[in-house]
Design a protein around this ligand. Structure first.
Ligand SMILES: Cc1cc2nc3c(=O)[nH]c(=O)nc-3n(C[C@H](O)[C@H](O)[C@H](O)COP(=O)(O)O)c2cc1C
Length: 169
């Protein structure tokens, strides 16, 4: 699919079918994330694939929205602080690396007809506990992964002209 069409097609899916995601499709979206560029090629993240079945109650403590647990899978991208690239002035690029990898995953899922929704507004301590994370690992973003059961809303965005400048501020 043309990339602009793919970008237009992706939206935050907040309704999922319980149908399973084929393992081949899951592997494709995971591979897409692992192909993402990262500072110094450090790949400072881990992807955790969670089956919702049997875990709904605990997952709702992490993020309390019914649609979060409607699909068969949830993926969490965990940033590894001990592997993060930090610029000489102290600027930490861990979130940037995680965001690029996760966006690759999200776009790959869209491309093969799967729904996703970035979830950053989750409860960190229940997430850490549920995932059994070590000290250096920070849960940064989640998404459900599954077949879509809702409809996209109209995409509202600022016009390109409001967000782009040429040459200088
Ligand atoms: C980093 C990030 C965190 C987000 N966290 C949440 C969230 O916790 N819950 C939610 O429903 N949507 C969340 N969203 C989705 C945004 O609200 C959504 O992308 C935005 O409103 C644009 O809508 P669209 O994705 O349908 O185009 C998040 C998006 C990003 C990029």
């Amino acid at each position: 699919m043309d990339f602009l069409d793919l970008a237009k097609k992706r939206y935050s899916v907040r309704g999922y079918k319980p149908d399973p995601v084929e393992d081949g499709k899951l592997q494709k979206v995971l591979e897409a994330a692992c192909l993402a560029p990262t500072p110094t090629n450090s790949q400072p993240f881990q992807l955790i694939v969670i089956h919702t079945a049997g875990n709904q109650d605990k997952l709702l403590e992490v993020y309390n929205r019914p649609w979060f647990v409607q699909g068969p899978l949830i993926i969490c991208c965990v940033g590894m602080h001990n592997e993060a690239w930090i610029r000489r002035d102290g600027r930490n690029y861990l979130d940037v690396a995680v965001a690029i990898a996760f966006d690759h995953l999200i776009m790959a899922a869209t491309d093969i007809g799967l729904g996703t929704c970035w979830v950053g507004q989750f409860e960190k301590d229940p997430a850490r506990k549920f995932l059994g994370l070590p000290k250096d690992a920070e849960p940064i973003v989640f998404t459900p992964l599954g077949y879509i059961a809702d409809e996209p809303k109209e995409k509202k965005r600022k016009p390109v002209s409001e967000l782009v400048r040429y040459e200088k501020w």
